[in-house]
Design a protein. Structure first.
Length: 451
């Protein structure tokens, strides 16, 4: 028996690295250690071995990617190429400078020549203002990529290439389209869209106070417009006004040099501070009949423009949420507390998974919306539901993202604070959450809550 034990011990010792044992003996009482370890059960010992083996080995963390269900794979090669170009542009040209401009309430003008080089609008519109076959998908994916880094930049683009350009494309004569659209596609002319007024926001459909009156070959515009994005520097501003005589809404392309036109920048916003929103005053502002949008005869035409652009705002929510998720995940992987990355804590993982679920649902909804739009199947309530859903989800995602950053989440240089603030604007413009809810409510119940 004793010989048996001795034999086993000799066998064990022949396999052991004696230099390591003597190192260990310097650190702990070997007898005590062996006593303790031998009293443990097998499963505890196995987990201890696993832990000890993994310690010190640098684990490769998964790549940060907010496209969990791989929507990119469902795109065509050309759409993927455009997506990659917009992503590279935003990461290289916008992200490094945007916080500085955001804190100054200023749009970075140097981005305009860079946007020209990117040539994004050419992938969406033809020179005559008609849309490319896959315009809705390209516009959606591109907007997601713009907003993934910065919602102000996405809004600058959406106002120019969406609201302003689409107004002319849908409501302009052939001559007017030829005059303005190619220059807008090239971004030689920058556009703005003036519908909202200081006293009239959600109720624009029936209540515009800005008036227009025919005077020979001219029209005379009087009134005020509020919140008008890009209007402090835009070359042309689409102004919607109610004709005094007929009470119908008409659209005009007003140049910033028009007599009677003036604009003041709205200061002190807590969201989208790089979008220059203006308070426009029109005082006996003279506009030529040739500059009146020839196919805009009533608010129905204005609504057609808004229907087309609302999908774009839904995509802004997707992009902002995707950006916030990616920023939060990257931070959680690198930030250590209690000796390990905070991404390893269950409550932080809960934040990240809830964020990712929202982002993924938003992506699927908007991609389907854009595909319906491309086939001409999208109705007002479809765009409104997407806007309601994505704006609300985005608001929650950015708030969770901010939380993952702890105190640093309120610092501009981490980017998440800017996203957190900017999301508040997505929630309220292009139809507030309530108004879009009522549009969907009317469609599904068959009963309108509007007066
Ligand atoms: C950053 C930013 C950029 C913008 N850019 C532009 C632009 O470029 N061009 C432009 O024309 N406009 C622009 N807007 C204006 C925007 O479209 C309006 O802010 C929006 O339509 C809401 O109008 P309001 O702010 O006057 O709110 P209000 O209409 O005064 O609404 C105030 C509150 O009352 C609620 N409410 C109103 N009516 C109802 C109802 N019937 N039932 C239930 N609730 C109701 C609203 O949902 C909201 O919560 C911009 C706004 C912002 C914030």
């Amino acid at each position: 028996m004793a010989f048996g034990k001795m034999g086993a011990a000799m066998d064990l010792m022949s396999k052991m690295d004696m230099s390591k044992i003597s190192e260990l003996a310097k650190k702990v009482d070997l007898n005590e250690l062996i006593g303790l370890v031998s009293s443990l059960d097998e499963s505890t010992l196995n987990s201890m071995m696993k832990m000890a083996k993994s310690k010190g080995r640098k684990k490769d963390l998964p790549a940060v990617n907010g496209d969990f269900f791989n929507i990119t794979e469902t795109l065509t090669d050309n759409q993927r190429k455009i997506q990659a170009e917009v992503r590279a542009f935003m990461e290289a040209e916008v992200e490094p400078i945007i916080n500085q401009y955001w804190s100054r309430d200023e749009f970075p003008q140097q981005l305009i020549p860079k946007f020209k080089k990117l040539n994004l609008i050419r992938h969406i519109f033809n020179e005559d203002g008609s849309r490319k076959e896959d315009a809705s998908i390209v516009e959606g994916i591109a907007t997601m990529e713009l907003a993934r880094i910065d919602v102000s930049t996405a809004t600058f683009f959406g106002v120019h290439a969406g609201l302003a350009l689409v107004s002319i494309a849908l409501c302009g004569s052939d001559e007017q389209k030829a005059r303005w659209i190619p220059a807008m596609i090239n971004m030689d002319l920058i556009g703005a869209f003036g519908l909202t007024e200081p006293e009239v926001g959600s109720g624009v459909a029936g209540g515009l106070r800005t008036t227009c009156k025919r005077d020979g070959d001219d029209w005379i515009l009087n009134g005020e417009k509020y919140w008008i994005g890009n209007s402090t520097f835009a070359d042309i501003i689409v102004i919607w006004a109610r004709e005094e005589e007929s009470n119908e809404v008409k659209g005009f392309v007003v140049e910033k040099e028009n007599p009677g036109f003036s604009v003041e920048k709205i200061m002190g916003k807590i969201a989208l501070r790089c979008v220059e929103n203006g308070h426009i005053t029109l005082k006996d502002c003279r506009v030529k009949e040739a500059d009146r949008l020839q196919k805009a005869d009533s608010f129905r035409n204005t609504a057609d423009v808004l229907r087309l652009t609302r999908a774009g705002v839904a995509w802004q929510g997707v992009g902002a949420a995707m950006g916030a998720y990616e920023k939060a995940l990257a931070y959680a992987q690198s930030r250590k507390q209690f000796g390990k990355p905070i991404a390893g804590f269950q409550l932080v993982q809960n934040h990240l998974v809830l964020m990712l679920g929202d982002v993924t649902a938003m992506q699927q909804m908007c991609l389907r919306l854009s595909r319906m739009q491309a086939k001409g199947e999208m109705r007002d309530e479809h765009a409104s539901l997407a806007k309601v859903f994505t704006a609300a989800r985005c608001r929650e995602v950015v708030a969770r993202g901010r939380e993952v950053f702890g105190g640093k989440g309120i610092l501009l240089d981490q980017h998440i604070a800017r996203m957190f603030c900017d999301t508040e604007a997505i929630y309220s413009y292009e139809g507030t959450n309530e108004i879009n809810t009522l549009v969907v409510g009317r469609a599904v119940t068959g009963l309108s809550s509007f007066v």
